[in-house]
Design a binder for this molecule. Structure first.
Ligand code: NAD
Ligand code: ZN
Length: 345
């Protein structure tokens, strides 16, 4: 089969590789029908994630069809269409028992990280019963690819961790796929104001189409001054950080209101300066973490019911064997006006 393989910092290739086989009785082999590329794959390619070793197949998002099941798999059969979760979970360890799937004793973020991933013709899914979800009849498979990672991430680590409530004022820093997912899912809770903050005017225009009430363009406007102006000097009830650099965390700590929450979603590679000398008195909370994907079943139901359409995050489509071109487009997202790309087998 063909697979997109990481060959060390800056190096990737679309190569021939042996098809994965069942190694543990709980394994499921899935034939990929649709996959995508994530900002994390770009981080890996930059060499930011040293736990990824040379030869690893990348990718942790996708949908497919069950090709083969291990002897202990009970929930799936050959031929079943499935959604792949970016998080592998056994379902029975103490952390899984409290839905902290990202810290499963025998799982977590493994796909396209420490185990070969989904940017290939076939993938081996460990703990298949818990790490795959059945795709309902008639579902839009492309849209469901957005449920492998970015939508649960925006919802769980952004919106839910921030405790967004009806009437809240909300700011989201970063209008990439994850920030946009927070924007879409925040609307389940009817906030009164959603301010989207980014430096890319095209992404901000898209954010307004997706329901942002206000936008601030970093670079030409001072985000802190603007947000304070928009909120009568109070700041926002919830500030979601969806970039992962010190400057954007800093915006969040300067725009959070008394009694508010900062929900950090971004993956940080450098320390941030926490201004506890201003924050201690403000009765705020700060949260951070890795997506658990415990909201995936709920998201599947809301998409199926037509409550929202994650498919609108897709801007580009390629055949799976054009994946190197797709990386070129996704890696130059601002120039190409790209949000999410779909690779179809
Ligand atoms: P992305 O790179 O596509 O989007 C980031 C956005 O931030 C871009 O639109 C960019 O223009 C904007 N930006 C960059 N610097 C800025 C600045 N100084 N001020 C304002 N805007 C700025 O990334 P993404 O795929 O949307 O992911 C966002 C973050 O979420 C990343 O750090 C990613 O690694 C992280 N992430 C976290 C989890 C988790 O479980 N916690 C899961 C998936 C992704
Ligand atoms: Zn577990």
């Amino acid at each position: 089969m063909k697979a997109l393989v990481y060959n060390g910092p800056g190096k990737k290739d679309w190569v021939e590789k042996p098809r994965p086989v069942i190694q543990e009785p709980t394994d499921v082999i899935v034939k990929i029908t649709k996959t995508t590329i994530c900002g994390s794959d770009l981080h890996i390619l930059k060499g930011d994630v040293p736990t990824v070793t040379e030869g690893r197949t990348l990718g942790h998002e996708g949908v497919g069809v069950v090709e083969e099941i291990g002897s202990a798999v009970r929930n799936f059969m050959k031929g079943d269409p499935v959604l792949i979760s970016c998080i592998t979970s056994c379902g029975s360890c103490p952390n899984c028992k409290r839905q902290l799937y990202s810290h499963c004793d025998d799982g977590g973020w493994q796909l396209g990280h420490t185990v070969d991933g989904t940017q290939a013709e076939y993938v081996r899914i460990r703990h298949g019963d818990n790490s795959l979800y059945p795709i309902p009849d008639g579902a839009d498979e492309e849209a469901l690819v957005m449920l492998s990672d970015i939508l649960p991430t925006g919802l769980e680590i952004g919106v839910q961790a921030g405790g967004v409530k009806p009437g809240d004022t909300l700011a989201i820093v970063g209008a990439g796929p994850v920030g946009m997912s927070a924007l879409l899912t925040a609307q389940f809770y009817s906030p009164s104001k959603i301010v989207m903050i980014d430096m890319d005017p095209a992404r901000l225009a898209l954010a307004r189409q997706f329901g942002a009430t206000d936008t601030v363009q970093v670079g030409s406007e001072d985000a802190v001054v603007k947000v304070l102006e928009m909120t009568d000097g109070r700041g926002v009830d919830v500030a979601i950080e969806a970039v992962g650099v010190p400057a954007t965390f800093d915006i969040c700590q300067k725009i959070v209101s008394a009694g508010g929450k900062i929900a950090n979603v971004g993956v940080h590679g450098k320390p941030v300066e926490l201004h506890i000398e201003h924050l201690w008195i403000k009765n705020i909370n700060i949260s951070m973490g890795l997506v658990n994907t415990n909201t995936t079943p709920m998201l599947l139901k809301t998409v199926r019911a037509g409550k929202f359409d994650p498919g609108k995050l897709i801007t580009h489509r390629f055949a799976l064997n054009e994946i190197l071109d797709a990386y070129e487009v996704f890696g130059n997202a601002a120039r190409e006006k790209a949000m999410k790309v779909i690779l179809a087998a």
